[in-house]
Design a protein around this ligand. Structure first.
Ligand SMILES: [Zn+2]
Length: 187
């Protein structure tokens, strides 16, 4: 591994400061956002069409774009992956994970994964996003996939457990989000 600034060898993978030119190189987690969409007591899940975890059940969501608030990432990704319009109602929590196997340099991509509770904001006519998703399904409490059928199981297992607990406690919560970027929602 070499410094992109001066081409001197770096003593280790970033984060590291080049001892030849003094430039700092970073490797920050990538933010991702997904939605736990509940409708008639069921949770919306998608089957992944590509690696990592191709063929596994996944909570719909994806990487945040530059400058994009995670609430809006969840809304955009749900439209792209399922064709459904959603209304985000509360922050569920954040989980750290890695995305896929290590890269050519042997280092895993670190991710910061935000999840929101959400409701359907339009008709229930799911349409799998052709490049990302092979199937969209509403699943009841007793239909959720076991860990070995889940994408990102270390992350999504606990998130599904949180959804189950919310359902047992009376249903998905609605909370005012002071950082809500949607007009008239943060007041
Ligand atoms: Zn350098």
């Amino acid at each position: 591994m070499f410094c992109p600034g001066c081409a001197a060898p770096l003593p280790k993978h970033p984060p590291v400061t080049c001892q030849a030119c003094g430039t700092s190189h970073w490797r920050n987690p990538k933010p991702c956002s997904g939605a736990l969409v509940t409708y008639q007591g069921k949770l919306l899940l998608v089957r992944r069409a590509h690696d990592p975890w191709a063929g596994r059940w996944d909570i719909p969501g994806g990487f945040c774009e530059p400058g994009e608030h995670p609430v809006l990432t969840a809304v955009r990704e749900l439209e792209e992956e399922t064709g459904l319009a959603i209304d985000v109602t509360a922050l569920a929590g954040m989980w750290m994970d890695t995305y896929g196997p290590p890269g050519d340099d042997g280092v895993e991509e670190s991710t910061l994964n935000l999840y929101y509770f959400a409701e359907l904001a339009g008709p229930d006519n799911p349409r799998p996003g052709p490049t990302e998703v092979s199937e969209v399904r509403w699943m009841g409490l007793d239909e959720l996939p076991p860990g070995h059928e889940l994408a990102f199981p270390d992350q999504e297992g606990p998130v599904l457990a949180l959804w189950k607990a919310a359902m047992a406690a009376g249903g998905p919560p609605r909370h005012r989000m002071p950082d809500d970027p949607r007009p008239d929602r943060s007041r």
